[in-house]
Write a protein that binds this ligand. Structure first.
Ligand code: SF4
Length: 451
């Protein structure tokens, strides 16, 4: 009988996709997916270090295997950003861990597991690995509709709060021929939406085609038959070019949604964050994008309580939020991350209760904006790509508009993967509800179809 595995995933879309690749590698090596971690012969914990106290949380999670006798517990592997950051310290603190594989050595997982089993000794591999090629067709995709496709690994920007350049390594571009091959294969397998992934996805420059920048990549992906929608995460404001804005405007499969991380509304704080964009430059960029790309929805990431953030700085974050009226926001209280410049040089001097107060105020403002924006959709008809049963109610399904708003509607399993028109009847701050208008065939085209 085949040995079984389970992968537990924490963190961003990049990690979700890494887990899809890990699952594929293990299946190639003869493993079958287990129903749950409790039933598995091998448990892989794919970690994220963007979470606060990520290492401590990992050790707490690993503790559930600690007291099992060797023959009664599964093999345990730790992968991802915390594995890269902690390396051999993981097996020192948790000796029941069999394998530690960093972010750049993922493809070594099956061999490392074999070696750990054969020798009875833990295997640790956090070596840098420049190649970002991955054998086509290996990923076992978890989503039936959306295909994640990595285009860039790593980041060279070293924003002062961010651990990513230390855990994911320096920026490496994937060949465009390989990216297009993977997307064509996903389209042939029935995937309707592609999500291009990179830490600064819009910094893309093909290593195998000098004329292919990020806009050129969007143009090439747009030509692939069978793909109806193209999304990408995450662009950096300072790499938004006129060509990129033109591609958003002119290519109908490219969704009318831009996640544009700003992190703070204060130029002073942005400089301390080493973001290399100012409040003023960001606002004028947003104006240009909105002028060129009609109906585009914007979302962002925001940090409150960064070292040295004054009340006046925070008020600038609130005023920028009010001015832009984002459709979505991921907002966090600042907390230190290992190895970062902010941790080394900037005292974490905003008291915790003050950080909490600022976060509550920002989130209340943002929720109100989202409610107003979503209320304005009531009575309109939008086109959604249905992708999953609703998490809340039986008989309800969910999809997203081109602008990335979640829409729930009564339906059945046949709607998954189809572009459907939904008339909006009700709105909350985070999603919309409606009923099917007319089912539409899946043509190319990413507009919201707002009527
Ligand atoms: S651009 Fe800044 S925030 Fe984004 S991954 Fe790179 S260092 Fe981190």
């Amino acid at each position: 009988m085949a040995r079984t595995y389970a992968v537990e995933t924490f963190g961003c879309q990049m990690n979700v996709h890494d887990s899809e690749r890990l699952g594929g590698l293990l299946q190639q090596a003869g493993y079958a997916r287990a129903g749950s971690a409790e039933d598995a012969d091998l448990v892989v914990v794919n970690t994220c270090s963007v979470r606060e106290k990520a290492a401590e949380k990992l050790y707490a999670r690993l503790d559930r295997f600690r007291h099992h006798p060797r023959e009664e517990r599964p093999l345990v592997a730790v992968t991802g950003c915390v594995a890269q950051q902690e390396g051999a310290r993981i097996v020192d603190r948790a000796p029941h861990v069999d394998v530690v594989i960093g972010t750049q050595a993922l493809a070594m997982l099956p061999q490392a597991v074999d070696e750990a089993e054969r020798t009875g000794r833990p295997q640790v591999d956090t070596s840098p690995f420049d190649s970002v090629s991955f054998p086509l067709g290996v990923a076992i995709r978890a989503d039936p509709v959306k295909a994640y496709v990595t285009v860039i690994e790593g980041c060279n920007d070293f924003c002062s709060f961010c651990v990513v350049p230390y855990t994911r390594g320096h920026e490496r571009m994937r060949p465009v021929a390989e990216i297009l091959g993977e997307i064509s294969a996903a389209a042939a397998a029935g995937y309707r939406e592609v999500q291009l992934l990179g830490q600064i996805v819009n910094h893309y420059q093909a290593p195998d085609a000098t004329d292919c920048d990020f806009a050129g990549l969007l143009e090439r992906v747009h030509e692939i038959d069978g793909i109806d929608r193209i999304r990408f995460a995450s662009p950096h404001p300072r790499h938004v070019t006129k060509r990129m804005i033109g591609a958003l405007r002119d290519l109908p499969k490219v969704c009318r949604h831009l996640h544009l991380p700003v992190q703070s509304g204060s130029t002073r704080v942005l400089a301390r964050m080493r973001r290399r964009h100012t409040r003023e430059r960001y606002l004028s960029l947003v104006e240009e994008i909105r002028t060129q790309v009609s109906g585009v929805n914007l979302s962002t990431d925001m940090i409150v309580g960064f070292p040295g953030e004054t009340e006046r700085d925070f008020e600038q974050t609130l005023s920028l939020t009010e001015a832009i009226r984002y459709h979505g926001m991921f907002s966090f209280k600042y907390s230190e991350r290992p190895n970062t410049l902010a941790r080394a040089r900037m005292p974490d001097d905003v008291p915790e209760p003050e950080k909490a107060r600022r976060l509550t105020a920002l989130q209340a403002l943002q929720q109100g904006i989202q409610q107003e924006l979503n209320d304005s959709m009531i009575g309109r008809t939008v086109t959604v790509l249905a992708d999953a049963p609703s998490r809340r109610r039986d008989g309800e399904y969910a999809g997203r508009t081109s602008g990335n708003t979640v829409v729930n509607f009564p339906g059945d399993g046949t709607c998954i993967g189809r572009l459907l028109d939904v008339r909006i009847e009700r709105a909350g701050p985070n999603s919309l509800w409606g009923t099917l208008a007319t089912a539409v065939a899946p043509p190319p085209g990413g507009g919201d179809g707002v009527g």
